[in-house]
Design a binder for this molecule. Structure first.
Ligand code: FAD
Length: 120
């Protein structure tokens, strides 16, 4: 069994961009890789909705599919075009997992993504 601090540091230092949101996608936590990839510091981004990363070119049907999965407590993964703080875009490979409590209610979402622009 690991001490909680190890889990915290492992998430904080992970090479993937990791964020934790409330059920409406408002960001409560972002790790260092999230800041490196998006250009937003944790101070910039905490309190904002994940939609600040949207480039507004992603088809609404993709978001509808995403939210249908998430509301059904199923994880969702896919690729979308994101916008950095500076305005540049990148291709993100994103995976979102609903976090549920012992009553099965969604309390948070865990988002993990990486920049796959160079792989395309
Ligand atoms: P909106 O008009 O807000 O949403 C488009 C459609 O999505 C709506 O018509 C509705 O069907 C659905 N929808 C949106 N919010 C909700 C909600 N709270 N409950 C139910 N249905 C909803 N988006 C990105 O573009 N890039 C990301 O990297 C990204 N990461 C995310 C990480 C996490 C952990 C979560 C939970 C969400 C993430 N999103 C991301 C999705 C983001 O929260 C927005 O839904 C998305 O960006 C669309 O925002 P919009 O303002 O363009 O459109």
């Amino acid at each position: 069994i690991l001490p909680p601090e190890v889990y915290r540091q492992a998430v904080h230092q992970a090479d993937l961009a990791i964020s934790i949101t409330d059920p409406s996608a408002r960001i409560l936590y972002a790790n260092d890789s999230f800041s490196r990839i998006t250009g937003y510091s944790a101070e910039d981004i905490v309190g904002l909705n994940e939609s600040v990363l949207s480039n507004h070119t992603t088809p609404p049907a993709l978001y509808a599919d995403m939210w249908a999965s998430l509301k059904a407590r199923r994880p969702w993964s896919g690729k979308l075009l994101n916008k950095r703080k500076c305005g540049g875009t990148y291709l993100a490979e994103l995976s979102i997992t609903p976090v549920v409590n012992d009553k099965g209610e969604i309390t948070h979402f865990l988002g993990m993504h990486r920049d796959i622009t160079e792989l395309h």
